[in-house]
Design a protein around this ligand. Sequence first.
Ligand code: APR
Length: 279
Amino acid sequence: MNHTSSSTGHGARSDAEGLREVLARSDFVAVLTGAGISAESGVPTFRGPGGLWRNWRPEDLATPEAFAHDPRLVWEWYDWRRSLIRKAEPNLGHRALAKLESRKAGQSPLRAPANQTPAPQCSERPEHPAVGQGCFTLITQNVDGLHERAGSQGLVKLHGDIWRLCCVGCGLTERNEQVPLDPLPPRCRCGTLMRPGVVWFGEPLPEDEWRRAVEASRRAQIFLLVGTSAVVYPAAGLAELALAGARLAIVNPEPTPFDHLADWVLGGPAGEILPQVCQ
Ligand code: APR
């Protein structure tokens, strides 16, 4: 993943009601979330006021080179973040998206009454075959696990999972929820160092997750960008892909580089706005 920057602009709608109606009647919905959705749970964001990258440099903590140089320092930082996340609970924003997902699953065309013409299913759009998670896809850049804890099922995790450890030697991956980690840095049973199971700057995204994210973004009718500064690629590029055929809606108290391309810009906290638009 990489940083980039671009300009901001205006001219979008800001009515939650209009967005709610479009979300309710769209068959293909994709959502990309970032650190901002967990801010109200007490998990710090990376950029903006109080952001982690205000106090630390990503190149010291979130690159393969940093880990090779000082694994203990990197692990101390991740161990601290794990302790913050451990205390956090999913908020109303996470829960609203989980509810929308289950409502969309319940709206499956297979369940339509006999006198109604079923809407096309994902698998009936030949250019974009079914990805196995219905027509609602939640894509996240977050590694905190709060979407899963709120009940989201078919989550696409672009940047990995802070609760997974990977052996840099034999490649073993395991779930580990110990806080604080002991020993630090942790070692695999093969004797080699384990690393956090997250994607660092300069690394590729997990192939299967990226494919699912691209498919969902391409076929989306409405694409929701929530709590992300949208400056880290390739994740932010999903909004560009979606714009070829989808309407774009943004939920963020601060401007983003995509505001001038959006149909809706709802400037406020996700925990307040998502419950209104995901009803
Ligand atoms: N509701 C919605 N958005 C919020 C809230 C809130 N309550 N509070 C803050 N925000 C917004 C901020 O305005 C900001 O635009 O969340 C965004 C957080 O942006 P970043 O900190 O840049 O987080 P993110 O976009 O997820 O970063 C992408 O960068 O370093 C990496 O790997 C890390 O996955 C991360 C990636």
